[in-house]
Design a protein around this ligand. Sequence first.
Ligand SMILES: C[C@@H](N)C(=O)N[C@H](C)C(=O)O
Ligand code: ZN
Length: 216
Amino acid sequence: MITWDSAKQIAAGTSEEPLVSAADSKHWICKPVYFQNGFVGALPQIWLRQSVLDRLKIASEVLPNGYRLVLLDGWRPKQLQQALFDDMRQKIATENPRLEGIQLDEMTMNYCSKVSDDPVQPSPHLTGGAVDVTLANASGVELDMGSAFDEPSQRSWTTYQLSGAPMHHRKVLHSAMIQSGFTNLPSEWWHYDYGNWVWAWYSEASVAEYGPIEHI
Ligand SMILES: C[C@@H](N)C(=O)N[C@H](C)C(=O)O
Ligand SMILES: [Zn+2]
């Protein structure tokens, strides 16, 4: 599992590739979940680097028949990352009243990155190289993935031992995304990276492609 300390030596990404917005298509359904839930700073559209969208197209094409991608979140402004971190920390504190301080922060960081626009180690979603994604069936109905999106529990870990359809759905999503060049965050079945420092760490690359980017 990645730690921010273990990945400090990865060189900063400098790509100037723009952010582009995703729209509903034969490849995917867009469901900007944080905007729909009223989070401060959230945008009504999902924005990602062009190469990330290209790879998502590949992922949608390698999915077996009957599955569709559902894009839940992409690029984030710092303000939204802060709101999500605070919300997640509060949720975890309520569920684990004995956790506090650094231990609470560390547990929170399994499910939401700390807020950083540092060029070397930005919060992954600030780079436009992180995407939260799930699966729907051919009718657009979201599938059971074994835990809720953003559920801060062991069940959200990608390889958590589930039985039946949810385990199968996770494997289908994982296989399509990995084949398309993404890496997965082990604590979240829905979070995939391409081009940022987290992707570089899991890909054993010494340089990232993407640093933080402002939305214009
Ligand atoms: C908040 C959650 N959807 C997420 O994206 N978590 C990762 C760890 C992140 O914030 O980078
Ligand atoms: Zn994510």
